[in-house]
Design a protein around this ligand. Structure first.
Ligand code: 5GP
Length: 217
C-alpha cells in the first residue's frame, strides 16, 4: 500500500525525535481522530483548529462527489476512482481504505513534510485507516469519538440530511462495527455535549504536548 522503506527513512528513533519543543523540533505529534459517521467529528475538528492555530490538518483524497458546501482542497481532494487507484499504485498514500463504499486516503507527502518540520498534524480517519497509521506511527495519539446513544447518532445523521435512506442505513450499520475498534485507541471521548467533548480533546492535545517523553533528554 505504501513505500515503507521510504517512510522509515523519514522517521527517526523516538529518543532522537525532539529538541526542546517550541524551539527546535525534529518531529511533530500525530493525532488521529476516528468515530462513526454523524458523531460530530467535523464540528469538533473545526473547533479544535480554531483553538490550535499551529495544528495542521491533513486533507484526504476522496472518490465520493462533494456535498453541498464542501470545498476542494479544504474538505477533501475529490478525484475519480481511476485516479485514486493510480495514486495507490504510485505509493502516494500513507494509508487508504474503502469507507462506506468510497475510497479515502491520506497523502503521504504532506504528512511527512509537516511532521519533519516539527508541526503537529491531525488526521480524521476511519478505523481501518487508523489501524494502518498505528502500524507505521506507533507514537501517534489515537482518539475515538463515540455517540452517547445509538438513537442520538441516528437522529444526528437524519438531521444532517446528507445521505439517502440506503446510505444512512449503511453508515449506521458501519457505526456498530467501528465502535468495536475503540480499544485500539488511546482516548475515548463521548460527544454528548459539544462543549465538553471539545474541552476533552483540547486537554488531550495540551497534555500530549507537555509529555516529558516528547522532549529530547
Ligand atoms: P464522509 O464521507 O462522511 O466525509 O467521511 C466518511 C468517513 O471517512 C469519516 O468518518 C472519516 O473518518 C473517514 N475518512 C475521511 N478521510 C479519510 C482518509 O483519508 N482515510 C480513511 N481511512 N478514512 C477517512
Amino acid at each position: 500500500m505504501t513505500n515503507d522503506k521510504e517512510l522509515s527513512s523519514f522517521i527517526p528513533k523516538r529518543d532522537t525525535r525532539y529538541e526542546i519543543r517550541d524551539t527546535i523540533v525534529n518531529r511533530g505529534l500525530l493525532f488521529v481522530i476516528s468515530g462513526p459517521s454523524g458523531v460530530g467529528k467535523g464540528t469538533l475538528r473545526e473547533k479544535v483548529f480554531n483553538i490550535f492555530l499551529d495544528l495542521k490538518y491533513s486533507v484526504s483524497v476522496n472518490t465520493r462527489p462533494p456535498r453541498k458546501g464542501e470545498i476542494e482542497g479544504k474538505d477533501y481532494y475529490f478525484v475519480t476512482v481511476d485516479e485514486f487507484k493510480k495514486r495507490i499504485k504510485e505509493n502516494k498514500f500513507v494509508e487508504w481504505a474503502i469507507v462506506h463504499g468510497d475510497y479515502k486516503g491520506t497523502p503521504i507527502k504532506f504528512l511527512i513534510e509537516e511532521l519533519q518540520r516539527g508541526r503537529d498534524v491531525l488526521l480524521e480517519l476511519d478505523v481501518q485507516g487508523a489501524r494502518q497509521i498505528k502500524k507505521k506511527f506507533a507514537d501517534g495519539i489515537f482518539i475515538f469519538i463515540a455517540p452517547p446513544t445509538w438513537k442520538d447518532l441516528e437522529d444526528r445523521l437524519r438531521k444532517r440530511n446528507t445521505e439517502g435512506e440506503k446510505a444512512l442505513e449503511k453508515r449506521l450499520k458501519d457505526a456498530r462495527i467501528e465502535i468495536k475498534y475503540k480499544k485500539n485507541y488511546n482516548y475515548l471521548v463521548v460527544n454528548d455535549n459539544i462543549k465538553t467533548a471539545l474541552k476533552k480533546i483540547e486537554s488531550i492535545i495540551v497534555a500530549e504536548r507537555c509529555k516529558i517523553a516528547n522532549y529530547k533528554k
